[in-house]
Design a protein around this ligand. Structure first.
Ligand code: GDP
Length: 301
């Protein structure tokens, strides 16, 4: 918890201050609601999601006959946590006990996909699981080697082909290797080039199909990696990838480097995809499972 909070300190300090200023106003009026809207929009929550949040707040204020602005703070937290949590257990990562679990990672170049895979490999290895990596980005120069560096660092093997080869073939081999070696977790990297979106989306669909053909119900998680510092751009990316692969979760990286974490709320509401992990730095340990209450607390105090 401490790590989570300090990692998000940049996010918190500015937002918490602004929020507290609203809640110490002397009455609940239009001006207060407008100020709240400005803060949320400024924090990347997005216009539609902000409107919905503030409307719900107004409604609760009316129903509960709240007069004191100080009472808005816990109410606001309640609304935000509910929005982020979604249905019960939804943010829980889907790991099969005693069987091979396959995670597919998608996202544009530079968002932190390789780093996240390395961090998760470390996470599951520490839990005593047997982990394997698949170098599915055969397009970007250096992507395979970068994954191998993480593999060495963490102490897990990487299944790779030559640069430029068919990613679906890499995945096929990786799944066979994972089965043959009795692995618990297979983490699959994919390309993130945006020069030809249609082509990339077709490639991802094919990779998805190949994995699903080899292991029923796989991939068990299709995780979109998003850079929190890119704000509304992340939203556009989320929409694009959600159309191509059925996303089961989001990894929000670089939360240590932004004063705005509200994009998590916008994505959760607009795409109905939960955030499952938060990246808080470049090191192996800088990844935390997403916790809605902690997140809201760190964001808004
Ligand atoms: P990829 O192209 O999506 O595979 O992105 P990389 O994994 O290569 O990451 C791009 C850059 O972002 C690298 O310099 C990483 O060290 C950095 N990075 C990744 N995740 C985080 C994070 O959570 N916080 C910070 N500060 N940097 C990160």
């Amino acid at each position: 918890t401490h790590k989570f909070m300090s990692g998000l300190s940049k996010t918190s300090s500015s937002l918490v201050g602004a929020m507290d200023a609203v809640f110490t106003r002397n009455k609940i009026d239009e001006e207060l609601y407008e100020e709240l809207e400005d803060i949320l929009i400024g924090a990347d929550v997005g216009v539609d999601t902000t409107m919905e949040i503030v409307d719900r707040l107004r409604q609760e204020v009316k129903e509960r006959r709240i007069k004191d602005p100080a009472e808005l703070k816990p109410l606001m937290s309640e609304i935000l946590v509910e929005l982020l949590q979604g249905d019960d257990g939804e943010t829980v990562v889907n790991v099969q006990e005693g069987a091979l679990t396959i995670f597919l990672f998608v996202g544009v170049n530079g968002v932190g996909k390789t780093t996240t895979i390395g961090k998760l490999a470390h996470h599951y290895k520490q839990q005593g699981k047997k982990v394997l990596l698949a170098a599915g980005d055969t397009f970007r120069a250096g992507a395979i080697e970068q994954l191998e560096v993480w593999g060495e660092r963490v102490g897990v093997d990487v299944i790779r082909h030559q640069a430029g080869s068919d990613p679906a073939a890499v995945m096929y081999d990786a799944v066979q290797a994972a089965k043959a070696r009795g692995c618990d977790i297979l983490l699959c990297d994919t390309a993130g080039r945006l020069q030809n979106k249609v082509n990339l989306m077709e490639e991802l669909k094919k990779v998805h199909r190949v994995i699903g053909r080899e292991v029923p119900d796989a991939p068990h998680e299709s995780l979109l990696v998003l850079d929190a510092t890119t704000g509304q751009n992340a939203m556009q990316q989320a929409k694009m990838f959600n159309d191509a692969t059925n996303l089961t979760g989001i990894v929000l990286t670089k939360m240590d480097g932004t004063a705005k974490g509200g994009i998590a709320l916008a994505i959760r509401r607009e795409l109905e995809v939960p955030v499952k992990w938060i990246g808080l730095g470049e090191k192996m340990d800088d990844l935390q499972p997403f916790d809605a209450e902690q997140f809201v607390h760190a964001l808004f105090g």
